[in-house]
Design a protein around this ligand. Structure first.
Ligand SMILES: Nc1nc2c(c(=O)[nH]1)N[C@H]1C(S)=C(S)[C@@H](COP(=O)(O)OP(=O)(O)OC[C@H]3O[C@@H](n4cnc5c(=O)[nH]c(N)nc54)[C@H](O)[C@@H]3O)O[C@H]1N2
Ligand SMILES: Nc1nc2c(c(=O)[nH]1)N[C@H]1C(S)=C(S)[C@@H](COP(=O)(O)OP(=O)(O)OC[C@H]3O[C@@H](n4cnc5c(=O)[nH]c(N)nc54)[C@H](O)[C@@H]3O)O[C@H]1N2
Ligand code: SF4
Ligand SMILES: [Mo]
Length: 743
C-alpha cells in the first residue's frame, strides 16, 4: 500500500474476476474505493483493465452481498451468528453422515474458487475430511477435455501448452473469443493488444467460429464452422499434414510414441470427406494445414467452443497433435508450457517422468459416468440426488457455484436440491442455487482477502509471481474462506462444538510437512513457521518451487516478479510413467470411432450456441450497477435471412425450444445479426434470474432467460464427462404462435 495523501491510499490487487488476472490499482479514501484502474507496473498485465475489473467497487459495496450467515427456519432465511451457523451444520451434516454414510454427502465447487487462494488451498482438506466420491465442479462444464488430454499426453492434468503470442506469426483460434472473455486456459491480459502486435509484425490471426465474434472481427481471416464439428476440420488438417509429408515433430521428436497409429487413425478423414460435415471447403482445410506446417512460428489454440461439444476430448487432442506434429509444440512462437513459481505439479521433482494419470478409477452410481481428476460430471449431480437408492446423495456442500443456472437442465437440479436432507453453501449471494441451502456462510469481499493465483501462473503467457494483500480488513467476526473450510472439514470429520481455526491450521501445516523428506520439512518449519493460513502454504510452495523464491520477495514487488518469457520445457516437463508422449492413447483412438460414425450426419435446421459479453460473467455479476446498465444482453442472435424465413423481426419475441422437446420452450427477444452463421442462433448463458426467494434486486429487474434450461444434462463428452453446451438442435418460431396455441 502507498499513501498518496493523508486521506488517500493506493493498493495493488490482482483482479479475481477472470483468468486474465490483471493487476489493478485501487484507490481508497475514507474507507471507500474511489478509483479502480489498471496497474501500469504489473509485470503480467501492464495496466490493462476491462469493465468488470472496475466493477469490483460495486461488488464490494453491493447491499445484496451477504455479510452474515443465514439459517433457514420454517422455510425462511434468518440471520445467525457464525457459531450458530456452524452448530446447525454440525447437527445436521453429522446426522446425515451417521445415518447414510459418507457417500451421501456431495460437494460442488464453482468457477470463482479458482480465483481464491483460500478456496484453492483448503478445499482439498474439506474433500479429504468428507471422504466421499460425490465430488463435482464446474470443470465438467468447461475445460475437462483439456485436462484429460494433458494428463494422457504429458502426464499431468495441468500441463497445458499455451500459445506463445509474444513471438508467433500465425495464430489459429478455434471456439474462443478472448476479446470478450479475456482468455481461458490461457492467462493473457489484453489479448487484443497482443493480437494487434502480432499483426503489426506481419503475422496473421485466423478465427474458426460459428459467429463472427469480436475476436473474429479483429482477425485477418474468419471461417464459419458448423457447431460441434471442429473434430472433423482438425482431422482433415491432420490428414493433410500426413498426406503432404509435412510431419516434422521438431523439439518433441525424441519423446513421441504412436505416430503410425495416428497416421492410420486419420486415414478415413481426408479434407473432401470432412468438408461438408464441418462446413469449411476442402481447399481451405488444406491451406490452413499447409500454412500451419510451413510457418516457422505458428500455433493452434482451442477453448470453450472446442471443449463443450460432443467431441470435446477428441478436438483438444487433435489441436495438440497438430501443434506437435508440425513442430510447434514446445517451440518459441508455438505452444509452450509455462513454468509457475508455486503449486505446479509439473515442476516438482527431477522431472522427465512421473506417475502419469489414471481415468475412470470409479464411476457415478446412476449413469456409470467415469471419474476424471477425482470428480464426476456435474451434470450427474441431479440424478445422484433424485434417483432413490442406498447410495443416493442426501446432503450437499456448495462452494462458489450456481449450477441451477450454469449447468444443463437446472430445473431438474433445482427440484433435486429441494429434496436434500441438508445443504450448506459458502457463497456471497442468496441466488438461484443457494436459496435451496439450509445454511449460507458468506465469503468476504475479494477486497478483504489476500491473493496469489494458484492455477493461472500455470497457464500464463509469461512467467510471473504476484501477491496481493487485502485492501480492507475483514469486518469483525467475518472469517476468511479458508477458515470456514477448516471448520467445515472439522465438522465433516466428526468434531463437536466450537473449534479454533488457528489450531486446525497448525494441524494442516503439520500434515503438509509430513509429505516432505525430514530435512526439507525441518527447514520449511523454520522458514515458514511464523506465518499462518494461505500465506504459510504459499511461502512453502514458493521455496520448494523452481525459482526458489519466498513470500517476502514476492510481497516486496508491488507489480509482481517478472520470471521471464516462456521457454521450451521438454523433456523436463513430462510426468508420464515412461517419460514419453503417447500420441495415440487407446481411449482417444476408440473415441474416434464415434466421430467416424457421426461423419455423415446432416445438420439440423437450427443449432444453438452460447456467447460471452464483456460486461457479464457467467451467472453472477448481473447485480452490479456498472455492468447491468446499457442494453439488454440476454438476446437471441439470429441471421437476418433466417429471421425473414421464420417471420422473426428485430426486437420481436421468439419461442425457442430444444428440438423434440417443446416443453423446454423459452421466450426470448430477437436481435438480428449478420455475424451469425446461417442456421445457427446464439444466446448467452447465466441468465434467468426470475426464481422466487433470491436476493438479487438489480439482476431480477432484467432477469433474462436461462439457456441451460433447454439443454440435456445427459449429453456429455463420454471420456471427460464434460457437458455439451454448444451445437444443440433447436426449434424456433415467432412467439405469437405460442400465444395462439395457449389461447
Ligand atoms: N450454456 C452454457 N453454460 C455454461 C457455460 C457456457 O459457455 N454455456 N460456461 C460454463 C463455464 S465455463 C463455467 S466456469 C460455469 C460457471 O458456473 P459456476 O461455477 O457455477 O459459476 P458461476 O455461475 O459463475 O457462479 C459463481 C457462484 O460463486 C459465487 N461467488 C462469487 N464470488 C465468490 C467468492 O469470492 N466466494 C464464494 N464463496 N462465492 C463466490 C456467486 O455468488 C455464484 O453463486 O458455467 C458454465 N455454464
Ligand atoms: N466477459 C466474460 N468473460 C468471461 C466469462 C464470462 O462469462 N464473461 N466467463 C469466463 C469463463 S468461466 C470462461 S471458461 C472463459 C471462456 O472463454 P472463451 O473460451 O473465450 O469463451 P467464449 O467467449 O464463450 O467463446 C467461445 C466461442 O466459441 C464459439 N463456438 C461455439 N460453439 C463452437 C463450436 O462448436 N466450434 C467453434 N470453433 N466455436 C464455437 C462461440 O461462438 C464463441 O465465440 O471466459 C471467461 N471470461
Ligand atoms: S480482464 Fe477484466 S475481469 Fe478479467 S482480470 Fe482483467 S480486469 Fe479483471
Ligand atoms: Mo469457465
Amino acid at each position: 500500500m502507498t499513501e498518496t495523501s493523508p486521506a488517500i491510499s493506493t493498493h495493488h490487487r490482482i483482479c479475481p474476476l477472470c483468468e486474465a488476472c490483471c493487476g489493478l490499482e485501487i484507490q481508497v479514501s475514507e474507507g471507500r474505493v474511489t478509483r479502480v484502474r489498471g496497474h501500469d507496473e504489473d509485470v503480467l498485465s501492464r495496466g490493462y483493465i476491462c469493465p468488470k475489473g472496475a466493477a469490483l467497487k460495486d461488488l464490494h459495496e453491493d447491499p445484496d452481498r451477504l455479510r452474515q450467515p443465514l439459517i433457514k427456519r420454517n422455510g425462511q432465511f434468518e440471520p445467525a451468528t457464525w457459531e450458530e451457523a456452524y452448530a446447525e451444520i454440525e447437527l445436521r451434516l453429522q446426522a446425515v453422515q451417521a445415518r447414510h454414510g459418507r457417500t451421501s454427502v456431495a460437494a460442488v465447487a464453482g468457477n470463482p474458487s479458482a480465483h481464491k487462494i483460500g478456496l484453492m488451498l483448503y478445499y482439498p482438506r474439506l474433500l479429504k475430511a468428507l471422504g466421499t466420491r460425490n465430488i463435482f465442479s464446474a470443470a465438467t462444464l468447461d475445460q475437462m477435455p483439456r485436462h484429460v488430454v494433458s494428463g494422457l499426453l504429458y502426464g499431468h492434468w495441468m500441463s497445458v501448452p499455451v500459445p506463445d503470442i509474444a513471438h508467433t506469426d500465425w495464430l489459429l483460434v478455434l471456439g474462443a473469443n478472448p476479446v470478450a472473455s479475456n482468455g481461458s486456459m490461457w492467462t493473457v491480459p489484453d489479448f487484443r493488444g497482443k493480437a494487434k502486435a502480432l499483426q503489426a509484425r506481419g503475422g496473421r490471426l485466423i478465427v474458426i467460429d460459428p459467429r463472427r465474434s469480436e475476436t473474429a472481427a479483429l482477425a485477418d481471416e474468419h471461417h464459419f464452422i458448423r457447431p460441434g464439428a471442429d473434430t472433423f476440420l482438425l482431422l482433415g488438417m491432420l490428414h493433410t499434414v500426413f498426406e503432404q509429408g509435412l510431419v516434422r515433430p521438431g523439439a518433441a521428436a525424441d519423446w513421441i510414441d504412436g505416430l503410425d497409429s495416428v497416421r492410420k487413425a486419420v486415414q478415413p478423414f481426408p479434407p473432401h470427406a470432412v468438408a461438408a460435415r464441418c462446413g469449411i471447403p476442402a481447399e481451405t482445410i488444406v491451406r490452413l494445414a499447409t500454412e500451419l506446417a510451413t510457418t516457422p512460428r505458428a500455433v493452434l489454440y482451442g477453448r470453450i467452443g472446442t471443449c463443450t461439444q460432443d467431441f470435446g476430448s477428441l478436438s483438444t487432442w487433435l489441436i495438440d497433435l497438430l501443434n506437435l506434429l508440425t513442430g510447434h509444440l514446445d517451440q518459441i512462437g508455438g505452444a509452450l508450457f509455462p513454468k509457475a513459481a508455486a503449486f505446479a505439479a509439473n515442476t516438482v521433482g527431477a522431472g522427465g517422468r512421473g506417475r502419469g494419470v489414471a481415468l475412470g478409477r470409479y464411476a457415478s452410481r446412476v449413469s456409470a459416468a467415469p471419474e476424471v481428476m477425482g470428480e464426476l460430471p456435474i451434470a450427474c449431480l441431479a440424478e445422484e440426488i433424485d434417483t432413490p437408492g442406498e447410495q443416493a446423495v442426501r446432503a450437499l456442500i456448495t462452494i462458489a457455484t450456481n449450477p441451477v443456472l450454469s449447468a444443463p437442465n437446472g430445473e431438474r437440479l433445482s427440484k433435486a436440491l429441494g429434496q436434500l436432507d441438508f445443504m450448506v453453501s459458502l457463497d456471497i449471494y442468496l441466488n438461484e442455487t443457494t436459496r435451496h441451502a439450509d445454511v449460507i456462510l458468506p465469503a468476504p469481499s475479494p477486497l478483504e482477502d489476500l491473493h496469489y493465483d494458484v492455477p493461472f501462473p500455470q497457464l500464463s503467457w509469461r512467467n510471473h509471481a504476484r501477491y496481493s494483500a487485502p485492501v480492507f480488513s475483514r469486518p469483525a467476526g467475518q472469517p476468511a474462506e479458508w477458515e470456514s473450510l477448516l471448520r467445515l472439514a472439522a465438522i465433516a470429520q466428526g468434531a463437536q462444538g466450537p473449534q479454533d481455526s488457528a489450531v486446525l491450521d497448525e494441524q494442516l501445516f503439520a500434515d503438509e510437512l509430513k509429505r516432505l523428506p525430514p530435512d526439507l520439512a525441518d527447514a520449511a518449519r523454520t522458514a515458514s513457521g511464523h506465518l499462518k493460513g494461505p500465506d504459510r502454504l504459499l511461502d512453502l510452495a514458493l521455496r520448494l518451487g523452481p525459482y526458489q523464491l519466498d513470500l517476502a520477495q514476492v510481497q516486496a514487488a508491488p507489480g509482481g516478479l517478472d520470471l521471464g518469457e516462456l521457454q521450451p520445457r521438454l523433456p523436463e516437463l513430462l510426468r508420464t510413467a515412461d517419460g514419453r508422449i503417447p500420441l495415440a492413447p487407446a481411449v482417444l483412438l476408440q473415441d474416434l470411432q464415434r466421430a467416424h460414425a457421426a461423419l455423415a450426419e446432416a445438420p439440423p435446421d437450427f443449432m444453438l450456441i452460447g456467447r460471452r459479453d464483456v460486461r457479464s460473467n457467467n451467472s453472477w455479476m448481473h447485480n452490479l450497477p456498472i455492468l447491468a446498465k446499457g442494453p439488454q444482453r440476454c438476446t437471441l442472435l439470429v441471421h437476418p435471412e433466417d429471421a425473414r424465413r421464420l417471420g422473426l423481426s428485430e426486437g420481436g419475441q421468439a419461442r425457442l425450444s430444444r428440438s423434440g422437446q417443446p416443453d423446454t420452450a423459452l421466450q426470448v427477444p430477437v436481435q438480428l445479426s449478420a455475424a451469425m452463421m446461417p442456421g445457427v442462433v446464439s444466446l448467452p448463458h447465466g441468465w434467468g434470474h426470475d426464481h422466487a426467494g433470491t436476493r438479487l434486486s438489480l439482476a431480477s429487474e432484467r432477469p433474462g432467460v436461462n439457456l441451460n434450461a433447454l439443454l440435456d444434462e445427459q449429453r456429455r463428452d463420454p471420456l471427460s464427462g464434460n457437458s455439451v453446451l454448444s451445437g444443440v438442435a433447436v426449434t424456433l418460431t415467432p412467439a405469437e404462435s405460442m400465444i395462439r396455441r395457449s389461447s
